[in-house]
Write a protein that binds this ligand. Structure first.
Ligand SMILES: [Zn+2]
Ligand SMILES: [Zn+2]
Ligand SMILES: [Zn+2]
Length: 165
């Protein structure tokens, strides 16, 4: 295993990338970014709410609290927070990209039949990543796109009788 460890100078409570609004803001500052009230609201929305929200949904949430913040400001903030490594986006199918905190990154399996989404640990893609690297000198990003397929319920409804198990 290749251990990628980064020292976290002055990280108050714990491991990995920003695990709280304050840590995320500290990260922004460390990278020379400004801490604005719209950024703070956006981070709070990301940390407090449920995951997998689109840029539009996040913008609506920030605007509910600060109606004078323009959506374009919020979209720019999303881009910047992503560049700083605080958040990541994933495409879960045909809809808009959704955002999560980088500290809770994971893979996604999405059913093309019913849209059900399963969150799966990143190491599910370990073998794929190893082989892509070894054989094709290609580094896979297992978070950016979901793996599409069919869930059990949809397969059963489609009544494919010749399932070899
Ligand atoms: Zn997710
Ligand atoms: Zn399904
Ligand atoms: Zn993308």
């Amino acid at each position: 295993m290749v251990g990628v460890s980064r020292s976290q100078p002055g990280s108050p409570e714990g491991a990995g990338p920003a695990a709280s609004v304050d840590e995320a803001l500290a990260l922004v500052r460390r990278h020379g970014g400004r801490v604005t009230s719209s950024r703070r609201l956006l981070l709070r929305a990301l940390f407090d709410g449920q995951r997998h929200r689109s840029a539009e949904e996040l913008a609506a949430e920030v605007q509910a609290q600060a109606p004078d913040v323009h959506p374009s400001t919020i979209y720019r903030n999303l881009d910047e927070l992503e560049r700083l490594g605080v958040i990541v986006h994933s495409h879960l199918g045909h809809g808009p990209a959704t955002y999560h905190l980088a500290s809770s990154a994971h893979g996604h399996l999405v059913c093309e039949g019913c849209g059900t989404m399963l969150e799966v640990p990143s190491d599910l893609f370990g073998e794929l990543a190893r082989r892509a690297d070894d054989q094709f000198d290609f580094v896979v990003d297992p978070h950016h796109f979901a793996v599409l397929g069919r869930c059990r319920t949809c397969r059963e409804q489609e009544g494919s009788g010749t399932d070899g198990g």
